[in-house]
Structure formats: C-alpha cells, structure tokens
Write a protein that binds this ligand. Structure first.
Ligand SMILES: *[C@@H]1O[C@H](CO)[C@@H](O)[C@H](O)[C@H]1NC(C)=O
Ligand SMILES: *[C@@H]1O[C@H](CO)[C@@H](O)[C@H](O)[C@H]1NC(C)=O
Ligand SMILES: *[C@@H]1O[C@H](CO)[C@@H](O)[C@H](O)[C@H]1NC(C)=O
Ligand SMILES: *[C@@H]1O[C@H](CO)[C@@H](O)[C@H](O)[C@H]1NC(C)=O
Ligand SMILES: CC(=O)N[C@H]1CO[C@H](CO)[C@@H](O)[C@@H]1O
Length: 329
C-alpha cells in the first residue's frame, strides 16, 4: 500500500478534528509530554472580530471574505488562504500579526467554513484560484502576496502559475504538487527517511518541551463548518468532497511550476507526516529561484504550533527586497 492513501486520510482527519487534544489538560495547562508537532491549538477570532461579507460570483457560488488591517499601507496586501476543510480562522495568528502593518484579505474557500457548499458539485484547485482572482478583481487589488497553508498554498501556487501579474510572492506552507505525493520519489537526495517525513514521536526519537507557558482554556470549538456555514447540512458532503480532490489533484510537474515568475518559499514542518517532504523539495526545485524553509519540531499545523517562528519567517519573507537576485524573465 502506498503511503499516499494514508496521507490523504490523515490530511483530512487532522484538519477536521482535535487529534492532539491530549496535549492540553482540563485546566488548560500544557502537557509537555506531547511533542509540539502534535499540538492542536484552538482557533481564535480575527482582529476585526470575524466581520466579513459574501461575494456572490456569477457562477452562483458565494464566497465569504474579509479585509482589514492597515488598508493604506504602502506594503503589498497579503491574501491568506486556509487549509482544506478549514476556514479563515486557521490563519488568525498570521492575519492578526500582518494586519498591524498592512492590509490582509482572507476568504473561506468555496464550500468551506462560512462559504456554503451550493451551486457546484466537485472541488478543484483551479476553481479556488479563479475565485480568489475574482475576489481581487472585485476589491480592485492589482497585486497581492499570498500566504497559504496546505490547500491554500496549492491555490497560491496555482495563482502564481496562471496569473503571474497578480501575484507578487508566495509563502507556501505544507503544499503538495502531486496528489499521490510520489514525485520526485523517495530517492530524492534531500530526503532519506522511509516516509519522506521525520515521523519520529516522543517515545522513539522525540524531544519533550519544557513548556512553562499556559494556553488558553479549550472550549467547544466554534470554528467548524457546522457552526459557521449558512448551510450546515452540507458540511458532511463537503468533508467527503474535498478529500476526493486530494486524491486526484494537483498533478503538476516541473513545467507547471516553471511558469511561476515571483519569489516563492517552499515551507514545511520537519515533522509534517501529512504532506511528504519530497513535495516541499519538488516545489523548491521546480519553481525558478525558490527558497526552501523547513521549520523545526513542528508538523503540518506549524502555523498554529509555533506561531513566533512561523510569523517571523513569514514577515521576513514578505518584507524581503529582491534587489536583482531574481533574474528578469
Ligand atoms: C499528558 O499526556 C500523556 C500522553 O498523552 C498522558 O499519558 C498523560 O496522562 C497526560 N497528563 C495529563 C496531566 O493530562
Ligand atoms: C449572497 O450570498 C449570501 C450567502 O449565500 C446570501 O445570503 C445573499 O442573499 C446573497 N446576496 C445576493 C445579493 O444574492
Ligand atoms: C494553472 O496552470 C496549471 C499548469 O499549467 C494548469 O494545470 C491549471 O489548469 C491552471 N489553472 C488555472 C486556474 O488556469
Ligand atoms: C503519481 O502521479 C504522477 C502524475 O499524475 C504520475 O506520473 C505517477 O506515475 C504517479 N505515481 C504513482 C506511483 O502512481
Ligand atoms: C535513538 C532512537 O531512539 N532512534 C529511534 C528513532 O525512531 C526510529 C523509528 O521508530 C527507531 O528505529 C530508532 O531506533
């Protein structure tokens, strides 16, 4: 059995539910015997108190979006794209951080979160990319930087491939370019583990964190499709529809990624066991002049697990000046 069968299922389950809830005791204190790459911190509101609206596309699809922060900043606005079966609040740490210095735009991907699963039947990355461009058109934003997680990172790469003039740069965390995650393969020289990820755990190779901080008390999670969607009865159909997309898309080779004309960092957690390391390597190898960043001791949910490091790296990348390092194409 190929690892990707497992990956597809796990990718869904981890984004859907709180598998690492054991990391947090009832009192809210962090339990340091659970390694950081298994932490599953709770989602919190966006700094604008989750105020947003619907863009009703001509296709009949309604996409919830929000835009806030320093609207008049001279810095390029940032579009934050969340992970599969998720919603914009997955990116609350990044959005609230960036909003202090620039404009941020978030959307709940069609059919997910606050965006109802209606007037379309199947999920495709190309539709996600077109919806996001339609939103930028509507908001009259000529160019954005994209910070994407997982499906959001795949969408960001898709936008950078096909709408080169609209995308200034992409911080792509936890993306895969091959649905079966088999290319470039386990013989990729950069990786040497059987699975393509550092799948160590606490009992085998793990390190415990002597975390002395406390996390906020967990409450019933308000940020689920069922609690956000105007059509909650469609959530289970969405939750089975998105993994169907994962099992067949994307299927991009070097030619597709070579279409990208902007700076890209291919980012992943060193303990991401949902997306194989070979995918981050392939993106870094195939996008012209891309950089690669492997974040230490975090998993697919790095952006929730180690906010300080993730936000620093993201901010550093977004503010980086490309003074002639990128070739002119
Ligand atoms: C901490 O987590 C470990 C591993 O899951 C578990 O065995 C232990 O009972 C937890 N401790 C507390 C206080 O929850
Ligand atoms: C836009 O979509 C939302 C969500 O489905 C719906 O409530 C609203 O009536 C729509 N607005 C228009 C003008 O069609
Ligand atoms: C973007 O480019 C890829 C690779 O050429 C292609 O497969 C995909 O259909 C394109 N997507 C859109 C939205 O044009
Ligand atoms: C994975 O997908 C790629 C692209 O569709 C294909 O070329 C390759 O043969 C697939 N690998 C496996 C093991 O199915
Ligand atoms: C030093 C050590 O404990 N290494 C272990 C890391 O995990 C792998 C896979 O479980 C084991 O085979 C090693 O012995």
């Amino acid at each position: 059995m190929r690892a990707y069968n497992l990956v597809v299922i796990v990718k869904g389950i981890l984004l859907l539910s709180s598998t690492a809830i054991a990391a947090f005791s009832g009192s809210g204190a962090y339990n340091a015997s659970v390694p950081r790459w298994q932490w599953d911190p709770k989602l919190h509101p966006l700094a604008n108190r989750d105020r947003g609206q619907y863009l009703n596309l001509s296709s009949g699809v309604d996409v919830w979006y929000t835009s806030f922060g320093k609207i008049h900043s001279t810095k390029t606005p940032v579009l934050l794209l969340h992970g599969g079966i998720g919603n914009s609040n997955q990116m609350f740490n990044q959005a609230n951080y960036l909003a202090k210095t620039r404009r941020v735009i978030l959307q709940d991907t069609r059919g997910q979160g606050r965006s109802p699963f209606t007037n379309f039947d199947t999920f495709h990355y190309d539709d996600f990319a077109r919806d996001a461009i339609a939103l930028l058109d509507y908001l009259k934003i000529p160019k954005v930087a994209v910070v994407g997680w997982s499906d959001g990172a795949i969408t960001g790469l898709n936008m950078a491939m096909n709408y080169t003039s609209r995308i200034e740069r992409v911080f792509a965390h936890g993306a895969n370019v091959q649905a079966n995650q088999s290319i470039p393969g386990l013989n990729d020289p950069i990786i040497n583990s059987d699975s393509g990820s550092l799948d160590s755990d606490f009992r085998t190779n793990g390190t415990a964190y002597a975390a002395n901080g406390r996390v906020r008390k967990r409450a019933a999670d308000a940020y689920t499709c069922e609690s956000l969607s105007p059509m909650p009865e469609r959530c289970s159909a969405m939750e089975s529809g998105v993994p169907k997309m994962w099992s067949s898309e994307p299927n991009w080779g070097p030619e597709a990624l070579a279409k990208i004309r902007c700076p890209v960092w291919s980012v992943d957690g060193d303990h991401d066991v949902e997306v194989q390391r070979n995918q981050a390597d392939a993106i870094a190898a195939w996008v012209p002049f891309a950089g690669q960043l492997i974040l230490p001791q975090v998993g697919h949910q790095a952006l929730l697990q180690d906010v300080t490091f993730f936000n620093f790296a993201m901010g550093y990348f977004l503010d980086m000046e490309y003074d002639g390092i990128l070739p002119s194409y």
